[in-house]
Design a protein around this ligand. Structure first.
Ligand SMILES: [Zn+2]
Length: 105
């Protein structure tokens, strides 16, 4: 993984943040054992560097998943509704990700 890959990924996160109209404080990339990503309520996002080797639509899933948590802190009805609105068939990506590794969000 190069620093260019990281920059590309961060740019992708910023594009989504703009689209979803959420404020991101910081974006970190580091290797995480049990998670693909995490976020704090104040908008600090951390993503697993392993994401960079996944297909773009799976990256999008994790990015949108976390960004939506800045608006909706759980996986309730509203969150699901927004996931569907932005990603369409997000459940397929969710399943694909699970096949890659059993991680949490
Ligand atoms: Zn989540």
């Amino acid at each position: 993984m190069t620093s260019k890959d990281k920059a590309t990924f961060k740019a992708r996160v910023c594009q989504w943040a703009e689209k979803l109209d959420v404020k991101v404080q910081s974006i970190m990339l580091r290797s995480m054992e049990n998670k693909w990503a995490s976020c704090s309520s104040r908008g600090r996002l951390t993503f697993d560097t392993n994401l960079l080797s996944l297909e773009p639509h799976l990256q999008d899933y994790v990015i949108v998943h976390e960004l939506l948590h800045l608006q909706v802190p759980n996986h309730g009805k509203l969150w699901k509704c927004l996931m569907k609105a932005y990603l369409g068939d997000y459940e397929t990506s969710e399943q694909e990700l699970k096949n890659h590794a059993c991680k949490q969000y």
